[in-house]
Design a protein around this ligand. Structure first.
Ligand SMILES: *Cc1c(COP(=O)(O)O)cnc(C)c1O
Length: 357
């Protein structure tokens, strides 16, 4: 069986070696030695000046919205994982959707200003499939209207834009280290924020607001990652270059062998070094997609309809139509992509798709 993705399991000895350190330290959580080491390693690898690792990729979005959203309107994309929209509603803010660009699949920056009202507090946009939003345009709009910018960069581990880490952009960027993501700690995530004061607030917010054992800086929640998760991250980390290399080969094979006369592929934004995180293709119609899905499923190949449905149409959201996002969502499928997917399987997937489109 071939799924859309496959979790990278490091050799078990590597994980055991990391776990042995946890046992030796007799320290399980609350930012122990392994968490601190992983933060240092990731800072260097990603060329960022700061990082706060957390227990998943949703809590940093929630914390950012809690501190910057102020219960107001948040301009956001309908084409993302449900966590992006759910976090907005969970934090008692209101999602205001802006449709996406049909080539890049990221929020259509040319429509953002029309959605701004006196209640707008922030823009929460997703670098979907690791493809950067139009960061320059969004920054200009945000400055002009005094809005905060939060990037859901859950898919964007290792991406650079204009020669800088993608996590360096926006007031806050977040990432997910979930087992299905490019780099993982089982469950995990991170927050990046260049403003020292805001970062301090984010930091204490993820640790119950503590300032030492008996004093509090302010309100907080629990977003801490444990040493066990950090141990997984440290065991996975040395394999990142081979993981990326394997994915790149699969991506190149799809690029060279799928029939793009009848399929649309993701257009990567200019000046981007991409991370081979997903391989979305857009079919001519949902009928064709369902047909191809059926054929692949019969061969025990399970691509996934990322992202379907368009988030403006989910039950707990009441929003107006987003024609481009709804159209893309109904026709998009992410093809299997992981580090050791064999070329003969990729070839089979290409042949089956080409035959049925
Ligand atoms: C995976 C994902 C998240 C949530 O991350 P978790 O670590 O699973 O909490 C948020 N946004 C997007 C776009 C994602 O794909």
């Amino acid at each position: 069986m071939i799924n859309v993705t496959k979790t990278f399991f490091p050799p078990i000895e590597d994980y055991q070696n990391q776990l042995a350190r946890v046992w030796k330290n007799q320290w399980m959580t609350n930012r122990g030695a392994l968490v601190l080491e992983l933060e240092e390693k990731l800072k260097e690898y990603l060329s960022v000046s700061n990082i706060i690792i957390m227990t998943n990729g949703t809590i940093p979005i929630q914390i950012a919205l809690k501190l910057l959203g102020d219960g107001g309107e948040i301009i956001t994309t309908p084409f993302s994982y449900v966590a992006t929209t759910a976090a907005i509603i969970w934090e008692n803010c209101t999602p205001v959707f802006v449709d996406i660009n049909p080539d890049y699949f990221t929020i259509d920056e040319t429509q953002i200003e029309a959605a701004i009202t006196p209640k707008t507090k922030a823009i929460l946009a997703t670098h979907v499939f690791g493809n950067p939003c139009n960061i320059d345009a969004i920054e200009t709009i945000a400055k002009k209207h005094n809005l905060k910018v939060i990037y859901d960069a859950a898919h964007a581990f290792g991406v650079t834009y204009n020669g800088k880490s993608i996590f360096d952009y926006g007031d806050v960027s977040t990432c997910s280290f979930h087992a299905t993501k490019l780099f993982h700690t089982g469950e995990g995530g991170a927050l990046f924020c260049n403003d020292v004061d805001l970062r301090h607030k984010m930091f204490y917010s993820h640790n119950f607001g503590h300032n030492g054992p008996i004093d509090f800086f302010g309100l907080g929640i629990n977003g801490k990652i444990s040493e066990l998760q950090a141990a997984m991250g440290l065991a996975v980390f040395p394999y990142m270059s081979s993981i990326l290399e394997g994915r790149k080969e699969v991506v190149n094979y799809y690029d060279n062998n799928l029939n793009f006369k009848k399929l649309q592929k993701l257009k990567i934004r200019e000046n981007t070094q991409w991370n081979y995180s997903y391989y979305p293709v857009i079919f001519e119609s949902e009928v064709v997609l369902l047909q191809v899905q059926k054929v692949l499923n019969e061969q025990q190949i399970f691509p996934r309809r990322y992202f379907y449905p368009s988030l403006n149409t989910i039950p707990f959201v009441n929003e107006k139509s987003m024609p481009i996002s709804e159209s893309a969502a109904s026709r998009v499928m992410c093809l299997p992509l992981f580090y050791d997917l064999e070329q003969e399987k990729v070839d089979l997937i290409c042949k089956l798709i080409n035959k049925f489109i």
